[in-house]
Design a protein around this ligand. Structure first.
Ligand SMILES: Cc1ncc(C[n+]2csc(CCOP(=O)(O)OP(=O)(O)O)c2C)c(N)n1
Ligand SMILES: [Mg+2]
Length: 461
C-alpha cells in the first residue's frame, strides 16, 4: 500500500489504521489478514482492500477477482481454479488450502517449561546484595524478555502475522512479574486478555506463546485461541479471558474446589482496573469472603480501561479500597517497582495460604502503549506519557542494580542483545510452525467431545 484516501466520519481513526499499514508496507492481501472482527471501524479499510481485489462482501467490488488471487508471488502453488470459486468474490476452503504447504512446514516440539524461580521470595532475597545477584539478574532478564517479546509481537501484528486482538504488557512488567513469581507451581492463575507476559513469567515457553499469537498448532492453545487465550493446564495457567471480569467467578469457583479438597493451593486472579466496575467483580469478592476462599485478587491498575481513565469510570478512585466492602485485607503497591511488588505479593500469598482468607492487591502502574496494538492512543497527554516513561520499571530496576554495583551498562547491553536474538528465534519458530488442520477445527473445543463423536471430524467447512 502506498497511501489511502479517506473521507467521512471518524476519518482520523481510520487514518491511524491506514498509516500503520503504509508504514509497514503491507500488501492488500496482508491487510485482509490483519484486520478485525465484523463490525468494527477498521473493517472499513479491510473492506476497501478486499474491494480492490474483487473480494468485498459488504461494499461493491472495484475489480473482478483476479485469476491468480491467492498464489504467493514466488511459489509454484496453483491459483484456485474457477470451479473452486463460489459466488462473487468468495473462495471455497479447498481453494485456499494449497496456500499452506503443510508437508514442508516444521513441526518442532515445544520445550518443557522452565519456571523461575524455585526458591521462596523473602525480603532478604530481594536485598541488593552480592549473594542475591543471580536471583535479581534473572528477574531483570525476565522483565526484559517480556518487554522485547511484546515489542516484536506488535511488529508482527502490523506485518499481518498475528490476527484478531492483541494487548501488550509494555510498562507493566514489574506488576506482572511481581504478581506471578511469588506463586508456587501448584497455585492456579486466572487472568485477563493482556496476558502474554503472565504466561512467560509463569514459565510457559515463549515460543509457544508467540506461536499461539500466530495461530499455529504449536501454540499454547494449539492456535485455536490467539492472544487472549493462553493456557497451560500443567502449569495451572487457566487462561487468558476476553470478557472483562468474566474470569473472576471462575477463580472463585476454583478456590472453592481447592478448599473443598482441603488443599493448600492459592488461586491468583489477575484483572484490570476496569474489571472492578463489573458486577461479577463484586459477586466474586463477596462469595470468596463468605466462603473464606484462598483467592488473591490482583488488580493491575494501569489507570485506563481502553480510553477511559479510572477517575471517569470508578466511584472509588483508590481501587484497593473496594475490597473493604467485603471486609478483606487489601493493599496498594507501587507496580513500577519490581522488588516492592515481589515482596508485598509474597507476604500476601503466604497469608492467603495460611488462613484461607481472600485478600486483595492493587498494583499501580501505567501501560506505555495503546489499549491494543491498533489503538491510536489519542486520549492521554504527551506530558502524562512522558512522566510515566521516566518511571519505566525496567530502567528503574536497572538503576538500582547499577547503584548497588551488581551490574553495569555493559551487562545490560549484552542482555539486550541476547534477548534480541532469543526473540528472533521465537518468531522464527512461530513462523515456521504448521497451521492447525482445517479438519481438526473442533478438536479441543470440549473435553472428550471430538474424540467421542465421529461426526465432528473431517472438514467442517
Ligand atoms: C464485559 C465486557 N465489556 C466490555 C469489553 C470491551 N473491553 C475490552 S478491554 C476493556 C477495558 C478493560 O480495562 P481494564 O480492566 O482496566 O484492563 P486493561 O485493558 O487496562 O488491562 C473493555 C471495556 C469486554 N471485553 N467485556
Ligand atoms: Mg486498565
Amino acid at each position: 500500500m502506498l497511501g489511502v484516501h479517506i473521507i467521512g466520519p471518524r476519518a482520523t481513526d481510520l487514518i491511524a489504521e491506514a498509516t500503520l499499514a503504509v508504514q509497514n508496507g503491507l500488501t492488500l492481501e496482508q491487510l485482509d489478514l490483519t484486520m478485525h472482527a465484523h463490525p468494527t471501524l477498521p473493517e472499513a479499510i479491510m473492506e476497501a482492500a478486499l474491494a480492490a481485489q474483487g473480494r468485498a462482501i459488504h461494499i461493491p467490488n472495484r475489480s473482478r477477482l483476479p485469476a491468480t488471487w491467492g498464489a504467493p508471488a514466488t511459489s509454484e502453488v496453483p491459483a484456485p481454479s474457477s470451479r473452486e470459486r463460489t459466488g462473487e468474490g468468495r473462495i471455497t476452503p479447498q481453494a485456499t488450502l494449497p496456500l499452506h504447504n503443510r508437508e514442508q512446514q516444521m513441526v518442532a516440539p515445544v520445550k518443557p517449561p522452565t519456571p523461575l524461580p524455585a526458591t521462596a521470595i523473602t525480603a532478604k532475597k530481594l536485598e541488593l546484595k552480592k549473594e542475591n545477584r543471580d536471583f535479581l539478574l534473572r528477574i531483570h532478564r525476565l522483565m526484559q524478555l517480556i518487554r522485547r517479546f511484546e515489542e516484536r509481537a506488535q511488529e508482527q501484528y502490523t506485518k499481518a502475522k498475528i490476527g484478531g486482538y492483541c494487548h501488550l504488557n509494555i510498562g507493566e512488567e514489574a506488576a506482572v512479574v511481581g504478581g506471578i513469581l511469588p506463586l508456587k507451581l501448584n497455585d492456579y492463575i486466572y487472568t485477563s486478555y493482556r496476558e502474554h507476559g503472565h504466561a512467560i513469567a509463569r514459565g510457559i515457553d515463549p515460543r509457544a506463546v508467540m506461536a499461539e499469537l500466530f495461530g499455529k498448532e504449536t501454540g499454547t492453545s494449539h492456535g485455536r485461541g490467539g492472544s487472549m487465550h493462553m493456557f497451560d493446564a500443567k502449569l495451572r495457567f487457566m487462561g487468558g479471558y476476553g470478557i472483562v471480569g468474566g474470569h473472576l467467578p471462575l477463580a472463585a469457583g476454583a478456590a472453592w474446589a481447592v478448599k473443598y479438597h482441603q488443599q493448600k493451593d492459592v488461586v491468583s486472579c489477575l484483572f484490570g482496573d476496569g474489571a472492578t466496575n463489573i458486577g461479577a467483580f463484586h459477586e466474586s469478592l463477596n462469595y470468596a469472603k463468605v466462603f473464606e476462599l484462598p483467592v488473591l485478587w490482583y488488580c493491575v491498575n494501569n489507570r485506563y480501561g481502553m480510553g477511559t481513565p479510572v477517575e471517569a469510570a470508578s466511584a472509588v478512585k483508590d481501587i484497593y479500597k473496594k475490597a473493604c466492602a467485603y471486609d478483606m485485607e487489601s493493599i496498594q503497591v507501587d507496580g513500577m517497582n519490581v522488588r516492592e511488588v515481589l515482596l508485598r505479593t509474597s507476604e500476601i500469598v503466604g497469608k492467603v495460604r495460611a488462613d484461607s482468607q481472600p485478600r486483595f492487591i492493587e498494583a499501580l502502574c501505567y501501560r506505555f502503549k495503546g489499549h491494543s496494538v491498533v489503538d491510536p492512543d489519542k486520549y492521554r497527554s504527551a506530558e502524562d506519557k512522558e512522566k510515566f516513561r521516566k518511571a519505566d520499571p525496567i530502567v528503574a530496576f536497572e538503576h538500582e542494580l547499577e547503584q548497588s554495583g551488581l551490574a553495569d551498562e555493559e551487562y545490560f547491553k549484552a542482555v539486550r542483545q541476547e534477548i534480541d536474538a532469543q526473540v528472533q528465534d521465537i518468531i522464527k519458530f512461530a513462523d515456521e510452525s504448521p497451521d492447525p488442520k482445517v479438519e481438526d477445527l473442533y478438536k479441543y473445543a470440549y473435553a472428550g467431545e471430538w474424540e467421542e463423536r465421529q461426526e465432528l471430524r473431517g472438514n467442517p467447512l
